[in-house]
Design a protein around this ligand. Structure first.
Ligand code: PBG
Length: 323
């Protein structure tokens, strides 16, 4: 059909018509809300580079989870800030570590909320890298057992889902084997499958106190120039047992989200990371953009690209905006 028989504007005339033909939906039910959990009680330590985000003690994290659940958000993902750091990231897998405590407290108090845990060493190591250091480099194979033990300790605390974000080769398989051997075959693995070495993580590293003390993460996180490689990474993680595959960051990598969804048809998560959040917040606070409108547009674009779920610091704000 051609103009004047076909007039696309006919279906844009009013909101009811627009609603009927809307192709993509965005709802609180698509969101996973990231929380930073640290030591102490009644602690709220704002993260200066992420307005509205704070490091929380376990009791405060529970309150935040109650609010999130009441807003219809189905899941949170927890990042731990330990008391002490060492070369091996020892606190990552102890049974009374901060994340393990938080998982138990949240499952006790907000049982209907899904609890996901980030599995990585960078918040726990004194050098800030995501794996063990051998001869000045991040060693792959010796890191796998530590990650598996960390994931196991999260499962033992009651986590519904573990999310390895380290980008070591073979870690999804290593985690799946240990979980299955220990009776946790129902714990879901959400793999940070295509995770890029990105400048957009800057504010997170302040929030999680996980800045590498030497070098950078380019020897394990992906080169921003590559997409074919992202598909290989995703394929490997699926073969090793990932239930959900993640692309991270989201906004500058919408093409990757699209290709991953097209190629595999697997559940896809996208991480709307700290830098993406802070840019919108900063411009909003300055009055340069309409913050709420841009938030909705950006998160919708991530869904449109093919993401089933979005990890975002905007979770509560979005749920309120949609309510
Ligand atoms: C830990 C991890 C990072 C993020 C999630 N898990 C930081 C990094 O890899 O340096 C970033 C999340 C964000 O920026 O919001 N490996």
């Amino acid at each position: 059909m051609q103009f004047p028989d076909y007039r696309p504007r006919r279906l844009r005339k009013n909101e009811k018509l627009r609603q009927l033909v809307r192709e993509t939906t965005l709802s609180a039910g698509n969101l996973i809300y990231p929380l930073f959990v640290g030591p102490g009680t009644n602690v709220i330590r704002p993260v200066s580079s992420m307005p509205g985000v704070a490091q929380l003690s376990v009791d405060r994290a529970v309150l935040e989870c109650r609010e999130a659940a009441a807003l219809g958000i189905p899941a949170v993902i927890l990042f731990g800030i330990p008391e002490t750091k060492d070369a091996l990231g020892s606190e990552a897998s102890i049974s009374d570590g901060v994340v393990q405590q938080a998982v138990r407290a949240i499952k006790d108090n907000v049982p209907n909320l899904l609890v996901v845990t980030d599995v990585c060493l960078c918040e726990y190591t004194d050098h800030g890298h995501c794996g063990l250091i051998k001869n000045g480099a991040v060693d792959n194979d010796s890191t796998l057992e530590l990650l598996a033990q960390e994931a196991l300790s999260h499962a033992q605390a009651g986590a519904d889902m573990v999310a390895p974000s380290d980008m070591m080769d073979g870690r999804v398989g290593a985690i799946r084997r240990v979980l299955d051997n220990e009776g946790f075959d129902q714990v879901v693995i959400m793999a940070y499958a295509a995770k890029y070495a990105s400048g957009f993580y800057g504010p997170f590293r302040e929030a999680a106190e996980s800045t590498p003390q030497f070098g950078d993460r380019r020897s394990y996180q992906m080169d921003p120039a590559n997409t074919d490689e992202a598909l290989r990474e995703v394929e490997l993680d699926i073969q090793e047992g990932a239930d959900i595959v993640m692309v991270k960051p989201a906004l500058a990598y919408l093409d990757v989200i699209y290709r991953v969804k097209e190629q595999f048809g697997y559940p896809v998560a996208a991480y709307n990371v700290s830098g993406e959040y802070s840019m919108i917040k900063a411009a909003g606070i300055n009055g340069w953009i309409d913050e709420e409108r841009i938030m909705l547009e950006v998160l919708l674009s991530i869904r449109r690209a093919g993401a089933d779920m979005i990890l975002t610091y905007f979770a509560k704000q979005l749920a309120r905006a949609l309510a």
